[in-house]
Design a protein around this ligand. Structure first.
Ligand SMILES: Cc1ncc(C[n+]2csc(CCOP(=O)(O)OP(=O)(O)O)c2C)c(N)n1
Ligand SMILES: [Mg+2]
Length: 609
């Protein structure tokens, strides 16, 4: 056997650089790194040595780097991913929130945090968490519940099994999620004689598991028996590359489609059968059909509460769920008629079995009424009042072309964008709403741009989320990956303040002015973004915003536009109830009133069937 002598870290990066997807491009776009004593000597030297064959980027915050990596994978429909390496201790735990985000969203990312010395000679090393009862625990054990595969590399040759297992998880459509290889810092530097065959180019073809024949029969029977079927398109439609297959299936059988947050942009917004967003932040058109549908055909969706209106949306007394999902865990949810298989192939197979079956025509007025409602709230305002989020969305939408990608994650904007954004092309809508993590937006926008350099990337972010994490804006400037960031400053956590009031609460601790303070907060977002190297300006009206967007599009550098917005209004049209528990006893009459409404709403909820 021919061998090559390398350190464990050198072997890891060489192996990773040799993994390719079915398009013959490297599976890993490269590696984000912030070094500390836990990875600078081992991983640092290895990454330097491999150079452009496995490029390294320096970020400003481990969580931000990880967000960029995850967004890159999402914008690549999971066909590409990135590695993120950190030191031990705080560098590692800074990444745990991002690991949870990737886990919830089923997105691939490889985390390589440094770990304590395997030989334990210098124990306790700087930043080592000492467990009094368990010598095997380190800070990296925090990754276990939020990793699809976790391993601790305590001997160099463990990589011979750990790395292929990592790749199997990252490229498996059902098991896909974050992998953590906690890399003991002394082991990173240890040499071993590796078989050369370990470093041969390896191609990971997208797996398309086919559904069981009995499951397909059951699905076809259910659709044939349905009086009003409806499709819910989830993120799995994108990840399976099934956008065309979905449109073909819907049109052949005349079945209307509603889109989840992750599924949005799987069909163009103006397709007659795309009835818009579904659920809590849904369109009146999609939700009206959903309320009366006797068969919900869920394709590639986790059926999260925002999609199902906390299981109060589907009101038909005999409604059934038919769930097509590559993961049997998801397909089996809610007593569904489960079809476990790849969305693209399964839709085609069910379509062929259905033949010329067509569902009854739907009322075209549902969609035209909804679009009229969208156009009304996104139109330019006439007066001088502070603009709403919807009006800002309208201005951004009018300023970009069909290729643009809008990026968002938390606050009031995801709901407004879900309702109002007109996504023309697949992946033009990138909203992380599985974890809805404040601070994903700007770092995520950077990752999206790295995956889709030819498309305009517009990050829409609230002041609260901007303040939570913005430092990768500097990274976008430094790396020359231009993003446009629109910062909507409504002086606080507007959506939670609205939720607080809707549940009977007093406006308290959400908006900056109703939070305890000595000096009123006055954050200069323009100066802040400008200080990181972005071109930044503040606008004071929707028409000024449109003019600024034009300058931003022409600019060759990351650009930030700040606009003050009204924290109180959100779009009334569309939408559905969402289960947020209201206190059963309170001295406040508004809470008691909200509780009464809550108890009435709970009667609509059907969690069991
Ligand atoms: C990391 C994180 N912490 C807390 C929350 C809960 N949360 C959701 S939205 C929100 C407020 C967001 O404020 P901002 O970005 O200004 O948007 P706005 O609500 O004003 O539109 C909070 C605190 C969250 N989603 N993520
Ligand atoms: Mg805000």
């Amino acid at each position: 056997m021919k061998t090559v002598r390398l350190t464990a870290a050198q072997a890891m990066v060489r192996y990773l650089s040799k993994q390719q997807n079915e398009d013959g491009v490297p599976f890993f776009g490269g590696c984000w790194a912030i070094f500390g004593h836990g990875n600078v000597a081992g991983m640092g030297e290895a990454l330097h040595g491999i150079g452009d064959d496995f490029p390294t980027w320096r970020g400003h915050n481990e969580q931000g780097m990880a967000h960029a990596a995850i967004a890159y994978a999402k914008a690549s429909n999971r066909k590409r991913a990135m590695t993120v390496t950190t030191s031990i201790g705080p560098g590692a735990t800074n990444m745990v929130t991002a690991a949870a985000l990737a886990h919830v969203n089923r997105l691939p990312v490889l985390f390589v945090p440094g770990d304590v010395f395997a030989n334990r000679a210098p124990d306790p090393v700087l930043q080592q968490v000492e467990d009094f009862g368990d010598g095997t625990i380190s800070a990296n054990d925090c990754f276990k519940p939020v990793s699809r595969y976790f391993d601790r590399i305590m001997r160099a040759e463990q990589l011979l099994t750990a790395l292929p297992r990592a790749m199997a998880t990252l490229t498996d459509p059902a098991d896909c999620g974050p992998v953590t290889l906690a890399f003991c810092q002394d082991v990173q530097a240890e040499a071993f004689d590796w078989p050369e065959s370990f470093f041969e180019t390896k191609i990971w073809k997208t797996k398309r598991p086919r559904a069981d024949l009995d499951q397909l029969d059951a699905a076809v029977a259910a659709i044939r028996a349905a009086k009003q079927p409806m499709i819910i398109a989830g993120g799995g439609v994108h990840y399976a590359g099934a956008c065309d297959a979905l449109a073909e299936f819907a049109h052949r059988h005349n079945i209307p489609v509603g889109e989840t947050q992750a599924g949005k942009s799987s069909m163009p917004w103006d397709d007659d059968l795309n009835l818009g967003s579904i659920g809590v932040t849904g369109a009146s058109s999609a939700n009206a059909i959903a309320e009366n549908a006797d068969l919900i055909i869920a394709v590639g969706t986790r059926l999260q509460d925002f999609t199902t209106g906390s299981w109060a949306l589907f009101k038909h007394p005999d409604r059934r769920i038919l769930s097509i999902n590559v993961a049997s865990y998801d397909a089996a949810k809610h007593n569904a008629i489960a079809v476990t298989g790849d969305a693209k192939i399964t839709l085609a197979e069910i379509g062929n079995m259905l033949g010329d079956y067509r569902a009854p025509a739907i009322d075209a007025g549902l969609k035209s009424d909804w679009i009229a409602a969208v156009d009304k709230v996104t139109a330019s305002p006439t007066g001088n009042a502070l603009p709403t989020d919807a009006q800002v969305i309208g201005a951004v939408q009018r300023s970009v072309d069909d290729d643009a990608i809008v990026v968002c994650a938390a606050g009031g904007l995801p709901g407004e964008l879900h309702k109002l954004w007109k996504a023309a092309k697949p992946n033009g809508y990138h909203v992380e709403y599985g974890f809805s993590c404040m601070g994903y937006e700007i770092a995520g926008g950077l990752g999206v741009k790295m995956a889709q350099p030819d498309r305009e990337v517009v990050v829409m972010v609230g002041d609260g989320s901007y303040m939570m994490m913005n430092s990768e804006l500097a990274t976008s400037v430094m790396l020359g990956h231009k993003i446009i960031t629109v910062i909507l400053d409504n002086r606080g956590y507007g959506c939670i303040n609205r939720l607080q009031m809707a549940t009977g609460g007093e406006s308290f601790n959400n908006l900056l002015d109703t939070a305890r303070h000595v000096v009123p907060s006055a954050i200069d977002f323009t100066a802040h973004a400008g200080s990181m190297g972005a071109i930044a300006e503040k606008v004071s009206s929707i028409s000024e915003l449109e003019a600024a967007m034009e300058r931003a599009r022409k600019a060759d550098r990351s650009y930030a536009i700040v606009i003050d917005t009204d924290p109180l209004p959100s779009t009334d049209a569309g939408g559905h109830w969402w289960d947020v528990a209201v206190p059963e006893v309170s001295v406040r009459s508004t809470v008691n009133e909200a509780r009464k409404n809550y108890e009435a709403a709970l009667k609509q909820q059907r969690p069991g069937d």
